[in-house]
Design a protein around this ligand. Structure first.
Ligand code: ATR
Length: 271
């Protein structure tokens, strides 16, 4: 049976095995997909051995996405822009290929599942770490009217934009310097993980503004609660992004795109 893994550290709570097993069942693909904990020092050796033994594909999660990109002989354009990869496979010549499906996953979730539009909108992105790096190229591809990146450490936002020079005109600032109104606020900080909220000024949201938290949980995240209190008409979380990025990886590996709707509603019930 064709072998797939999701690799990270930690990895225990990954939902990817359940998601991919459901995709496989619904598309009649005979695959085995499981989670693999890999020690920090062992990542490159693990990837090498996995493909040498005939493994078909890897999903890569924290903290290995940048190292996965660095290993690839054939990174996709999107992975090169992000300098991070979440999907690995080998071509027929046995060379390592890499893509990053996080940005496609988020934008597909926003547009197809949630009926949102980013084109021509004023967009604020919070955070300047790996999560944001993975999605910026796809957000910019939607041609927003304005893209501002605000971060607790503003110099990191500036460095991120400078390292992604293809982005074009993107403004960066601290949270305190922020001035609205924005049509969208996308939270890519790790603050929700610890139940923290970035210190955001009031009045950032335009009428009809929507928000998207890349994190998710059984209850609305602290960021989503803030958004509702500030008047956001819709405050979505990132569970759909998780499912959509997985579907994109599955399509790369198997050449068939699974339906995500049922998996997403099933996962929501499990939270
Ligand atoms: P990830 O891969 O999840 O993006 P990361 O690369 O460590 O993780 O980036 C975490 C992001 O969340 C950063 O933008 C970080 O801000 P700093 O650059 O100032 O460290 C942001 N972050 C983490 N905890 C936060 C908090 N409590 N409030 C606001 N921002 C926070």
């Amino acid at each position: 049976m064709d072998q797939y893994r999701v690799v990270g550290n930690p990895i225990k709570h990954s939902k990817s095995p359940q998601i991919h097993q459901q995709f496989a069942a619904s598309t009649q693909q005979d695959i085995e997909y499981s989670a693999q904990l890999v020690a920090e020092d062992d990542f490159e050796q693990f990837v090498h051995d996995f493909f040498a033994k005939g493994g078909k594909g890897l999903n890569i999660t924290v903290p290995f996405k940048q190292r996965a990109f660095a290993m690839a002989q054939h990174p996709s354009t999107v992975a090169s822009m992000a300098q991070a990869a979440n999907t690995l496979w080998c071509n027929e010549a046995g060379e390592l290929c890499a893509d990053n499906t996080d940005g496609v996953g988020m934008v597909r979730d926003i547009m197809l599942n949630l009926g949102g539009h980013l084109a021509g909108r004023r967009i604020l992105v919070l955070g300047a770490g790996g999560a944001v790096r993975g999605v910026l190229a796809l957000v910019m591809a939607q041609r927003p009217a304005l893209l501002v990146i605000a971060n607790r450490t503003p110099s990191k936002a500036q460095q991120l934009v400078e390292s992604m020079h293809y982005l074009g005109r993107v403004k960066t600032c601290s949270f305190a310097e922020l001035e609205g109104p924005f049509d969208w606020v996308i939270n890519g900080t790790a603050a929700s993980l610890t139940g923290d909220l970035p210190p955001l000024p009031d009045g950032l949201l335009a009428p009809q503004a929507r928000t998207y938290d890349m994190m998710y949980g059984a209850e609305p995240t602290v960021f989503s609660r803030w958004a509702r209190a500030q008047g956001a008409v819709v405050a979505d979380d990132g569970l759909g992004m998780l499912v959509e990025q997985a579907a994109e990886s599955f399509a790369i590996w198997r050449g068939v795109r699974p339906n995500t709707r049922q998996v997403l509603s099933w996962l929501r019930q499990q939270l």
